[in-house]
Design a protein around this ligand. Structure first.
Ligand SMILES: [Zn+2]
Ligand SMILES: [Zn+2]
Length: 248
């Protein structure tokens, strides 16, 4: 750091440090991530009205579902993601997931909140639930990023946070598998934590939080579980990122 910067820091010590790039910044719409980083994220403004994913190449007709949702309507009511899982956003999310950076949960939850306000605030949601991570994986990584996001979002929205699900099967990375194999891999993957009663979820609207929608299989399977076992009325999904739907 040069002398001028050091002196500036002494005069303006309140400058924040961007959690993504490490740069000092004066002002940003999202606390913890600088405005320069925010402009590098590929925010989703026009995605599928059901799964929320971007379609590449951009052949989506406004208001029409993507080819995947047309082929098979997902069990959740709707899903939304803040940005497409590519480029810089992917880099920072990988750090959040694998780089032991739980501090990124707060700015990411603030971004989730913007999308919640736009697409979900009128859905009369009763509970916020994180997608669970298998215990072994959580021990290894130190935390479940979905839990961190869901807890933060619950504070912001004042919606009740319920960490009630567990992953009883440590599944393979799903993106390496075919659609059929992914479904099989996730069969029986979710269960209620011990002593959790499902009564309070019956007929309720549940918002499920995760970091990334990769193929949509996890979102679909967890929705099945919540609708069938917990007898909820509707499931909504909100994630930081989603992988675009590619049209051949
Ligand atoms: Zn930055
Ligand atoms: Zn879709």
């Amino acid at each position: 750091m040069g002398l001028i910067e050091i002196l500036k820091d002494l005069v303006y010590p309140e400058k924040a440090v961007c959690l993504a790039c490490g740069r000092k910044y004066d002002h940003s719409e999202i606390e913890g991530i600088c405005d320069r980083c925010l402009t590098r994220f590929s925010f989703i403004t026009e995605g599928c009205p059901i799964c929320g994913r971007e379609v590449i190449p951009a052949t989506l007709i406004a208001g029409e579902p993507c080819p995947e949702c047309r082929a098979e309507r997902p069990p959740f009511k709707l899903a939304r993601s803040v940005f497409s899982y590519s480029g810089y956003a992917r880099e920072i999310l990988l750090e959040f997931k694998y780089g032991h950076r739980p501090d990124l949960a707060k700015p990411f939850a603030d971004l989730l909140y913007l999308y919640y306000a736009e697409y979900l605030a009128d859905k009369e949601i009763d509970f916020i639930i994180p997608v669970p991570m298998h215990g072994e994986r959580k021990n290894y990584r130190g935390y479940n990023q979905a839990e961190r996001l869901a807890a933060q979002l619950s504070q912001k929205t004042k919606l009740e946070y319920k960490d009630i699900l567990q992953r009883v099967k440590n599944s393979l990375p799903l993106y390496t598998l075919t659609k059929k194999a992914r479904k099989l891999e996730l069969e029986g993957a979710f269960a209620l934590k011990e002593e959790i009663k499902t009564d309070i979820f019956r007929g309720q609207n549940i918002l499920v939080i995760d970091d990334i929608i990769t193929t949509g299989t996890t979102a679909a399977e967890i929705s099945h579980f919540i609708l069938e076992i917990m007898q909820a009325e509707n499931v909504y999904i909100l994630t930081t990122a989603s992988v675009p739907v590619k049209v051949m």
